[in-house]
Design a protein around this ligand. Structure first.
Ligand SMILES: [Zn+2]
Length: 251
C-alpha cells in the first residue's frame, strides 16, 4: 500500500487554480493525498471554497474564516453569518488570527475581530485554523484557556512557544517550507509527532519551481520522516490520524 497523505491547509479557492483545478486534484490523488482542506480568508473566498468542497465532496473539505489582512477591506460580520449558515458543512473556522507583519489594522482591532471568531468556533464546536505572524505568543495567550482546539497553521514562531502550544494540546502545522527553510527544519526537530500536521499553503511556499499544489505535501512528509528518523508509513499513519481527529474527518 502506498503512503497516505493529507494536505491540511491550502487555497484551491485562488483564481490561479481556475484553469486546472481538476488536474491539480488528480495529481494530489496520484501522490497519495487522501484529503485536502481548503481554507477561505474572507466572504468571497469562503464562498468559492464551499463550491469546491461541494464539487469534490469527500475529498476537499472547507474551513471558513476571515484573515486579519482583510480587516478594513471587507466586513468580517458577513463571514460570521456565513459560518453560522454553513456550520454543518465545514470542518473548521479559519484562517483567522493576528498578523502584526502585514495587516494594516492595529493590534486592538485585530484582537477584537479574532475573539469574535474564537467565540464562534466554541459555539459551533469546530477547530480554529490560526494565522499568526509576529503575534504567535499573543494569539496563544488569547486562546490557551478557551474551550477550543487550535491549529497554528504554517507555524514559524519560537521553539519555546512551540513547546507551550503542544503542552496546551494544540497543533503545529508545518508547511512545505520545511523542505527548504532552515528555521522551519529546526522547528521540526523539536515538534512532537503527536501534535504535528503538514500542509502546503498552496499556491504559496512551493518547495519546487512555480505554484505550490497539494500533491507537493509529499515532500514535507518525506522531509519529516528523514528529520525524525521514523519510517514513511509510520509518519503517514500518525499524521492522518492527527488530521482526522482535529477536523473530525473519518475516511
Ligand atoms: Zn493560508
Amino acid at each position: 500500500m502506498s503512503m497516505e497523505l493529507a494536505d491540511i491547509h491550502c487555497h484551491l479557492n485562488f483564481y490561479n487554480f481556475n484553469g486546472d483545478r481538476d488536474e491539480v486534484i488528480q495529481r494530489a490523488k496520484v501522490s497519495g493525498v487522501v484529503f485536502v482542506i481548503d481554507s477561505g480568508f474572507d466572504y468571497p473566498s469562503n464562498e468559492r471554497s464551499l463550491r469546491i468542497s461541494e464539487k469534490y465532496d469527500g475529498y476537499v473539505y472547507s474551513t471558513l474564516g476571515f484573515s486579519p489582512n482583510r480587516i478594513g477591506k471587507s466586513d468580517y460580520r458577513y463571514a460570521i453569518d456565513q459560518i453560522l449558515e454553513f456550520s454543518d458543512r465545514i470542518v473548521g473556522v479559519g484562517e483567522v488570527g493576528i498578523d502584526l507583519k502585514k495587516s494594516k489594522a492595529g493590534y486592538e482591532k485585530q484582537k477584537e475581530v479574532f475573539l469574535e471568531f474564537v467565540k464562534l468556533a466554541e459555539e459551533i464546536d469546530k477547530p480554529l485554523v490560526i494565522h499568526a505572524r509576529k503575534a504567535e505568543e499573543r494569539v496563544f495567550n488569547l486562546i490557551k484557556n478557551r474551550d477550543v482546539t487550535a491549529v497554528f497553521h504554517c507555524y514559524t514562531g519560537s521553539e519555546s512557544l512551540l513547546r507551550q502550544i503542544q503542552d496546551a494540546g494544540f497543533y503545529i502545522s508545518l508547511s512545505t517550507l520545511v523542505c527548504f527553510a532552515d528555521n522551519v527544519e529546526k522547528l521540526a526537530r523539536h515538534v512532537s509527532i503527536d501534535n504535528l500536521l503538514l500542509e502546503t499553503d498552496s499556491p504559496f511556499l512551493s518547495p519546487v519551481k512555480g505554484r505550490n499544489e497539494p500533491s507537493n505535501v509529499k515532500y514535507a512528509y518525506q522531509k519529516i520522516s528523514q528529520i525524525m528518523d521514523i519510517n514513511n508509513d509510520e509518519v503517514s499513519n500518525k499524521l492522518i490520524k492527527n488530521a482526522g481527529e482535529v477536523f473530525d474527518i473519518h475516511l
